[in-house]
Design a binder for this molecule. Structure first.
Ligand code: CO8
Length: 258
């Protein structure tokens, strides 16, 4: 298993922790970082001991965007041929729940990476934005779509067309962020939530994630039907029997992912 140059990848109990580690460039996402992120998510997916994943950066920056120095001289032909979409797809394909723990800047590709995770926990110091417009481009890692879905058209247009940053409080108000916590609590809060998720039946957590994700793509009727099939299917699991028996018997359930 080759090591990572731009990430720190470890497991803490049943939680996978991926830390962006390119401090001199504020964790700017170059081709290497993006490739390593895809590889790290695949490793977490493959590791049976891992039940949830946390992605974080440094105190100053989650990630300050795609690497501008790498992009600056790119031609249309190069941009077209070096499409990162398949690489990001490997990351988004992870079925295990993920939390982006964001402190400092989450700009451009950094904000887009955070939005590819299932939820965002923000330090009170966090700053979110899609400043691509200031560089003569637009978001290219899904930002126009995921931001619009997360916060609605009005706020997405405001952020993407003006390039301004929004603070953690505004990001929580508009629904981009699940929780805002004091900066010094951020990683613990994310690791604790991930450990909690990892302690439930994986059959249920993966189904829950898959069902919520359908909400952004299907009609309400289709989504509800999809949910119902997954819900019914869970009654075929030992973990459902165990979870409900434990409730009735007033004890803690011991889920075995079966
Ligand atoms: N790319 C490359 N290097 C960066 C980036 C970046 N996105 N952000 C910061 N750095 C570097 C700086 O150049 C600087 O390096 P050096 O010391 O060698 O000069 C170092 O990191 C520290 O940065 P600053 O000195 O600028 O730190 P400040 O605290 O003064 O400012 C900011 C912090 C406000 C975050 C500032 O660095 C900034 O504005 N960064 C750029 C933010 C930005 O515009 N991001 C969007 C990038 S475009 C994008 O993400 C498109 C995604 C889709 C692209 C698909 C294409 C294939």
């Amino acid at each position: 298993e080759p090591a990572y140059d731009t990430l720190l990848v470890e497991t803490r109990g049943a939680v996978g922790l991926i830390t962006l580690n390119r401090p001199k460039a504020l964790n700017a996402l170059n081709a290497q970082v993006i490739g390593e992120l895809a590889r790290a998510f695949e490793a977490m997916e493959a590791d049976e001991a891992v039940g949830a994943v946390v992605v974080t950066g440094s105190e100053k920056a989650f990630a300050a965007g795609a690497d501008i120095k790498e992009m600056a001289a790119k031609t249309y032909a190069e941009a077209f041929l070096e499409d990162f979409t398949p690489v990001w797809r490997r990351l988004v394909a992870c079925r295990k729940p993920s939390i982006a723990a964001v402190s400092g800047y989450a700009l451009g590709g950094g904000c887009e990476l955070a939005m590819m995770c299932d939820m965002i926990f923000a330090a009170d110091s966090a700053k979110f934005g899609q400043p691509e417009i200031t560089l003569g481009i637009i978001p290219g890692f899904g930002g126009t779509q995921r931001l619009a879905k997360a916060v609605g058209k009005a706020k997405a247009m405001d952020l993407i067309l003006t390039g301004r940053m929004m603070d953690a409080a505004e990001a929580e108000r508009c629904g981009l962020v699940a929780r805002v916590v004091p900066a010094e609590r951020l990683l613990d809060e994310a690791l604790e939530a991930a450990a909690k998720i990892a302690g439930f039946s994986r059959l249920a957590t993966l189904a829950a994630k898959e069902a919520v994700d359908v909400a952004s793509e299907a009609s309400l009727a289709e989504g509800v039907r999809f949910e119902r099939r997954l819900f019914q299917g869970l009654f075929a699991t030992e973990d459902q029997k165990e979870g409900m028996a434990a409730f009735v018997e007033k004890r803690k359930p011991a889920f075995r992912n079966r």
